[in-house]
Ligand binder design. Structure first.
Ligand code: S3P
Length: 217
């Protein structure tokens, strides 16, 4: 919800609440305004999206950030910027261990920034140190989807070194066995299908709102 301040009038200034459809006199406290903004509780901590390759962490994350009016960060892009090369090159020239180390350091830095939506790479939450950082400093959302759907999606791109020369479904099945017990440590889980991104965004917002309501009660 976006709150706009209108020009003061002679009698009393008023605040228009777009999306809420109502008018509040100046006497209404900021607290009341905040209570009307159901997204406000979601803006205090970074929201980190975890899950397998192709599940939509970046595309959903970008739209989620937009909906919540938060900045968006993509850990993979930040690692590429820090290393000055593409992820495929980091893997081939420096190796996966160097990538994981860079990924941890980049995520640590991002988690010290003001609250934002953070899309992580599929393996970030598997690393013990990175997972501990994310769990303590962010609200972690596991986006989960059917493996065959993911395999169809990732099969269309060749930018993922872990899929190079491999059958995507075989890789994703193996990753799910190893990673699902770790992803399950996320604060909330959202099952996504082959639906529009805005549907997933709404699911994430509902799941996080429920989680925060329980956490506060
Ligand atoms: C990886 C996933 C990729 C990227 C790297 C490793 C993984 O990110 O970080 O290729 O280990 O699953 P996406 O999940 O955004 O594809």
């Amino acid at each position: 919800m976006v709150i706009e301040r209108l020009e003061p009038r002679k009698s009393a200034s008023r605040t228009r609440v777009r999306g809420g459809g109502g008018w509040l006199d100046d006497g209404a406290s900021c607290k009341a305004l905040r209570l009307m903004d159901r997204y406000e509780p979601l803006r205090h901590r970074t929201i980190a999206l975890v899950g397998l390759m192709g599940v939509g962490k970046s595309s959903v994350g970008r739209r989620l950030a937009n909906a919540l009016e938060l900045p968006f960060r993509d850990a993979d892009s930040e690692v590429e910027a820090a290393a000055g090369r593409a992820i495929t090159e980091i893997f081939s020239e420096l190796g996966e261990a160097a990538f994981r180390d860079g990924e941890r350091r980049v995520i640590q830095r991002l988690l010290d920034e003001p609250p934002h939506v953070l899309a992580t790479g599929g393996g970030a939450f598997v690393n013990d140190e990175t997972r501990a950082l994310l769990k303590s400093k962010a609200l972690v959302v596991w986006l989960r989807a059917d493996l065959e759907l993911l395999a169809r999606r990732v099969g269309r791109k060749d930018t993922r070194p872990l899929l190079k020369d491999s059958d995507p479904l075989t890789v994703l099945k193996a990753q799910s066995e190893l990673r699902y017990p770790l992803y399950a440590q996320a604060h909330v889980v959202v099952d996504t299908g082959d639906t529009a991104h805005h549907v997933t965004v709404a699911q994430v917002i509902d799941a996080l709102s429920d989680y925060l309501a329980k956490e506060g009660s």
